[in-house]
Design a protein around this ligand. Sequence first.
Ligand SMILES: [Zn+2]
Length: 418
Amino acid sequence: MGSRGWAGVSLGVLVLAIGVVAWVRVPWAAPPAPRADQLAALQGLPAAAVARGREFHAALRPGSYGSLGLGLIVALVLGLTPIGARLVALAGRPFGGNWLAEALLGGFLLVIIGEVVTLPLAAWQEVILRRYGLSTQTWAGWTVDLLKGFAVGAVVGAIVLVGFFGVARLAPRTWWVYLGLGAAGLTVLMSFVYPVLVEPVFNRFTPMPAGALRDDLMGMAERDGVPVRDVLVADASRRTNALNAYVSGLGPTRRIVVYDTLLRDAPPAEVQAVVAHELGHAKEGDVFTGTAIGALGAAAAVCGLYLLGGWAGLLRRAGVDSIASPRAVGLLLALTAIASLVAMPLQNGLSRLIEARADHHALTVTGDPSTVETMEGRLGTGNLADVDPPRWEYLLFASHPSIVERMAAARAYARGER
Ligand SMILES: [Zn+2]
């Protein structure tokens, strides 16, 4: 069996492994709470807040879908026509067509084109966020965030570009083995270092001040059997009025973070319900599950790229002679864009199941479904969520169950049904 055969077998094994991890680690047998409960929960929310959330999302939609569509069109034009390859050659010309210059400058040029084209839509989104009082940023702050995002992207992008094309040059037949392992390794590494290297670029994190709430949260974590060194507070209010909390990191870098906005706007019992949800993620190792699926997916993508590299028609269309040459960076970006778009609804479907389990954890740990339901309602109205979104949008884009589903789950739990 040749290299292509092995790459095909590896791709099959990796896809199977993703299926196994998802099968074992994702809670499949938990359908959403009855629609009747959802409608009752919807009735219980202030009608004006529900309408405002719908209106806000209707205002955001043209920009968000426009940006998604435009980004995809740019990627396809640069990757599935010779335009991308020509631009990469142009970027490398002052350096005599050196591969490193083509990989880095060409790669950055194509990514920046995509960013610049969608930038006006991003600014429009920000205008809407401000109009509805969700964003607290100035344009200066917004621009600094944008530049910080580019800087982080440039560092990670440089590692990926130099690593990919460098290894592909050294091992023209077997690069998919090394790069598949490298992509998986980088995904795991990113999960570890993200909370300590990337998150502090955007926010300041301080340990929650000593007091009754902190004692209650730490006590709850201990009863729950989840070792938590500290609960960190992020200065999210510099950017947003949205309420949130999350778990990130793995092993020594694992942390539970709450937004300062949550502490400002929600009563302590609801903060506790939010942290109970996050403890659910920590207890079930959901960051590990996501990282494992991500790492296997990254390795599978590399095998897939290697196999697609044998498709002469595709290479001809992109104006390149090899998928592993820096001139093919546009083609790689286009294929990545298509793959992410296809993977998104699948990822979101898994995420919703995992989030529903964390919600259930919050119910069992607090034993207080009424507070959990009030908290979900506060997150919904406070964040201007579309609390009961259109079905198609939910299936494609929602990473969490809808607010009315989450409230309904608390109602069903209160009746002893779950
Ligand atoms: Zn969650």
